[in-house]
Design a protein around this ligand. Structure first.
Ligand code: V0D
Length: 272
């Protein structure tokens, strides 16, 4: 009798853990939670950089104005930040606006320049709550003052946070960044502040990414397979993952897929 009870106990456990999971569809969020735990057993990229492409195309497919795609893309930034934080990623760099993007129609540029305010108006309290530090790379001085104010406030309000760094590349271009670094090196040499030969480590300190480690993983959405003047120096050894998924359709599962692929690749830095 005791043996029979034990048998049914075990059957009960089996029911709970296995049969339930196999025949009753688990909700998507618990699958994601399982996957996060699975991924955290291996090396998680410290620094992930993302070129968030395909917002315009996403809108066009739906006969919506391009700005609707940008707005949807903004919400995805929040979603991906949240999961990157859960994964213990240290830095998430997102390419929000390139120096080339000024060539777009004026109303679109004006709309884009309002997105930081809207994003932070909605999400800054959450970012603070989650210990996220907001940072920015790019030419800060030539974006509209209302945009500057919003971004500056976010950086100030989160400066003491020591969790995930959410680093916005805004009005950023890599060649300009490198040239600016070269000119500052020249200035420091002329003024006698630098006397030694310039090494990679010294030069890195002149880039906008300064103290940040180089990205371990670059993601570009929307099927384009190029760097488009993004972090050319910093991406020298970075693993790259390209997907046809448009940025507004990018979700947790895609990020986890990219990280799994990263974990599969052997990273040999050109060695044996
Ligand atoms: C449009 C997809 C968040 C890419 C994402 C000014 C293009 C949505 C920000 C943002 C943009 C920037 C700084 C900050 C807080 C939020 C953002 C721009 C575009 C260009 F401190 N999304 N986002 N900025 N898009």
């Amino acid at each position: 009798m005791i043996l029979l009870n034990r048998f049914f106990d075990l059957l009960g456990d089996y029911n709970m853990n296995s049969i339930w999971k196999r025949f009753v569809k688990k909700d998507a969020s618990s699958n994601v939670t399982d996957k996060i735990e699975q991924i955290k057993e291996f090396e998680v990229p410290q620094h992930i950089a993302i070129i968030m492409d395909g917002n315009g195309r996403w809108a066009k497919k739906r006969a919506l104005p391009r700005v609707a795609g940008h707005h949807e893309g903004m919400k995805v930034v929040r979603k991906i930040t949240r999961i990157a934080n859960k994964l213990d990623v240290k830095i998430l760099t997102v390419y929000a606006f390139s120096t080339e993007n000024w060539k777009r129609p004026k109303p679109e540029v004006e709309y884009l320049m309002k997105l930081p305010e809207e994003f932070l108006g909605t999400f800054l309290p959450e970012l603070i709550e989650e210990n996220v530090r907001v940072e920015m790379i790019g030419d800060f001085s030539s974006i509209p003052t209302h945009t500057q104010r919003a971004v500056q406030k976010a950086m100030d309000d989160t400066k003491d946070n020591d969790g995930l760094i959410l680093n916005f590349a805004l009005n950023y271009g890599s060649r300009a960044e490198i040239l600016n670094a070269v000119n500052n090196v020249l200035k420091d040499v002329e003024q006698g502040n630098v006397k030694e030969k310039i090494t990679e480590d010294i030069f890195s300190q002149y880039l906008m990414t300064r103290s940040l480690p180089d990205p371990d993983l670059l993601i570009r959405t929307s099927g384009e397979i190029r760097l488009s003047n993004f972090m050319l120096w910093q991406l020298a050894y970075t693993e790259m993952w390209f997907t046809d998924v448009l940025w507004p359709d990018f979700n947790e599962t895609h990020l986890l897929e990219a990280i799994e692929e990263f974990q599969k690749r052997s990273r040999r830095y050109g060695g044996v």
